[in-house]
Design a protein around this ligand. Structure first.
Ligand code: HEC
Length: 143
């Protein structure tokens, strides 16, 4: 009996199974981060009604004029389309921020917090609220 087709099938099944599992893990890790921001937002505002992809989009595209002149917008580095590759001012390429393009986005709380802190300061000249962070991730999940 020729075992090769069976082995190939088993190999293919293990590959697709692994990819599905990784995607599920990313989704649940991201959901935990969003839930944490929701709890924080509710604490700050008892009328909190959830996150908005539209508000996240507006936040991403805005030029608030309150940060550093050389980084007027999130789009300065991430481009106006979240599905595009970005570029830092030093020329380093960045993976797209849209979750559909980079499934590992927003799955590590330490990384997420570090970059919100840094980028909100350079673009907005202040830290972002939990509502803004949740809106931003919700928008990127829709992209
Ligand atoms: C000066 C360039 C620059 C600007 C402007 C910028 N970012 Fe980023 N951002 C980066 C870099 C560099 C990283 C880290 C590398 C990566 O994850 O691609 C990053 C990563 C992030 C992450 C972590 C993503 C993850 O995978 O967990 C978040 C959140 C983020 N940025 C939000 C923002 C927001 C919100 C704004 C606008 C207020 C913004 N960024 C503006 C350069 C920038």
């Amino acid at each position: 009996m020729n075992l090769r087709p069976i082995l190939l099938l088993a190999f293919a099944a293990s590959l697709t199974g692994g990819a599905t599992l990784a995607a599920t893990n990313y989704a649940s890790e991201r959901a935990a981060i969003v839930a944490r921001y929701a709890a924080e937002a509710k604490q700050a505002n008892p009328n909190f009604h959830g996150f908005s992809a539209d508000a996240g989009k507006a936040f991403f595209l805005a030029h608030p004029g309150t940060g550093r002149p050389e980084t007027p917008s999130c789009t300065t580095c991430h481009t106006t389309s979240p599905r595009n590759y970005g570029r830092t001012r030093a020329g380093k390429q960045l993976l797209p921020v849209a979750v559909s393009r980079t499934p590992a986005r927003f799955t590590n709380l330490t990384k997420v917090e570090r970059w919100f802190k840094r980028n909100c300061n350079t673009v907005y000249g202040r830290t972002c609220t939990a509502q803004e962070k949740g809106n931003y991730i919700t928008f990127m999940e829709s992209q």
